[in-house]
Design a protein around this ligand. Structure first.
Ligand code: UD1
Ligand code: CA
Length: 454
């Protein structure tokens, strides 16, 4: 028995992407909120524990910065074609890899299972190459696959070089391969420069054939996987396909999407069963949503955790935590560091930032709570504002349990309000309030009960 082969992956990402007409490198354009190259990195992740090698060139610094620790980098300068790009990874990989997967950073919809199938087929292949192909009505300028009688691949013919008969071939080269690495390093050196001054990776097929070696191919069942991004039109196509794919997966796992066409769920989001997502809702980043919750219509939720059995209508939630049984909205805004504990009710036109609302807090209408800790079952009256910023510092407000803050109260921080205290409507509170005390007025003072004559 031979030992399991070591698999390494190379992701080609040095090209300019001129047709994006952008100052941002193509592979950093966001698809469902994540840079394109993330998808290729994720797709190869399951194949090997060796970090992939990304070939960078145009926009090298920003690509390197965005990808960070998740990959190794080689710089291809100048960019002399796809074969030349793979060659730049040779030094790094020649003593490491038995099998080499080569893929591109601009095909974000390729599934990990597809690459796995490619590697499995190459392992069973006596020849040095297994390539990925796809059948499409629109050949998109891709290289055509010419098959031999035994169904192995005879040649890849670039569109510019096709005969009229070859132009009618609908099997296309997707530029994704698994190679016998040792063979590949030798073959790359035999590639001759093209008329355009480039070294084409596709030429390795002809080299294998010269050596009487078999080139195998598997073809995609779903050509949508092969949507490559060259323009912003392609980017929008890919968005639509990815959205469909993600939405279908959530519906199949028990989430109701009332209108999948206007539901935007990033690939990084997690959702519990029997949750319902209404139309025009965007779930982004590292968002996790519990079970039996109703989100939307019209919500934007990013990098947030939402519990079970919540109702969230027309809200914007960023980097916040919402525990079980919270009802929110419409038109509520949670900003970074907002934490709504179990059973909180937050009504319309409220904003909470860097604050904890403890269980049972009610904040019905038109309030701003910032840098505050609000005790259990406290009621925040309409129009209450924590005046947390003095022009230099953000100051804290601490409110105990069972407090009643009257409508239109200004809470001038720093401030501590004891439990069971009350403020009158329109009061401006500038000093701490002891537990149980009632204050009113501007500035707020203890409320004197009408003197009883004795
Ligand atoms: C290539 C294939 C073609 C295939 C098509 C599928 C060749 C010669 N042709 O053509 O058969 O149908 O992909 O999309 O390979 N890159 C580098 N360095 C370079 C050149 C390219 O890193 O010097 C990268 C690009 O950033 C891109 C990928 O390689 O990610 C493909 O390059 P591209 O120029 O788009 O190849 P095509 O001409 O489209
Ligand atoms: Ca291309």
């Amino acid at each position: 028995m031979s030992k399991t082969p070591v698999v390494s992956a190379v992701i080609l990402a040095a090209g300019q992407g001129t047709r994006m007409r952008s100052s941002l490198p193509k592979v950093l354009h966001p698809l469902s909120g994540r840079p394109l190259i993330r998808y290729s990195l994720d797709a190869v992740k399951g194949l090997t524990s060796n970090p992939p090698v990304v070939v960078i060139g145009h926009g090298a610094d920003s690509v390197r910065k965005t990808v960070g620790e998740d990959a190794r980098f080689v710089v291809q300068q100048p960019q002399l074609g796809t074969a030349h790009a793979v060659m730049t990874a040779e030094q790094l990989l020649k003593d490491e890899a038995d099998l080499l997967v080569v893929t591109t950073a601009d095909m974000p919809l390729i599934r990990p299972e597809t690459l796995k199938a490619l590697v499995d087929m190459q392992q069973a292949n006596n020849g040095p190459i297994t390539m990925l192909t796809g059948f499409a009505d629109d050949p998109r300028g891709f290289g055509r696959i010419v098959r031999a009688e035994d169904n192995s691949v005879q040649a890849i013919v670039e569109e510019a070089a096709c005969t009229p008969a070859q132009l009618r071939i609908h099997e296309l080269n997707l530029s994704i391969y698994c190679f016998d690495a040792k063979w590949l390093w030798g073959a790359l050196k035999r590639i001759k420069v093209s008329a355009k001054g480039e070294y084409y990776l596709t030429d390795v097929v002809a080299i294998a054939r010269e050596d009487n070696l078999t080139v195998n191919a598997i073809s995609l069942e779903d050509f949508n996987e092969a949507i490559g991004i060259n323009t912003r039109v392609h980017l929008a196509e890919a968005e639509a396909i990815l959205r469909e794919r993600i939405n279908r997966q959530w519906m199949e796992s028990g989430v109701t999407l009332q209108d999948p066409n206007t539901t935007y769920i990033a690939p990084t989001v997690r959702i519990g069963r029997d949750t319902t997502i209404g139309p025009n809702t965007h779930l982004r980043g590292d968002t996790i949503i519990g079970e039996g919750t109703v989100i939307g219509p019209n919500c934007i939720i990013e990098d947030s955790a939402i519990g079970n059995n919540c109702t969230i209508l027309a809200a914007v939630i960023e980097s916040a935590i919402v525990e079980d049984g919270v009802s929110m909205g419409p038109f509520a805004h949670l900003r970074k560091g907002a934490h709504l504990m179990t059973g909180v009710h937050m009504g319309n036109f409220g904003e909470v930032k860097d604050s904890t609302l403890r269980p049972g807090v009610k904040m019905g209408h038109f309030s701003y709570i910032g840098n505050a800790d609000i005790g259990e079952n406290t009621n925040i009256g309409a129009g209450t504002i924590t005046c947390n910023f003095d022009g230099v510092h953000k100051n804290p407000t601490v409110i105990g349990a069972n407090v009643f803050i009257g409508s239109d109260t200004m809470l001038v921080a720093p401030l501590t309000i004891g439990e069971n205290a009350r403020t009158g409507a329109g009061s401006v509170v500038t000093h701490d309030i002891p537990a149980g005390e009632v204050v009113v007025g501007v500035p707020a003072r203890p409320h004197k009960k009408v003197e009883k004559s004795d």
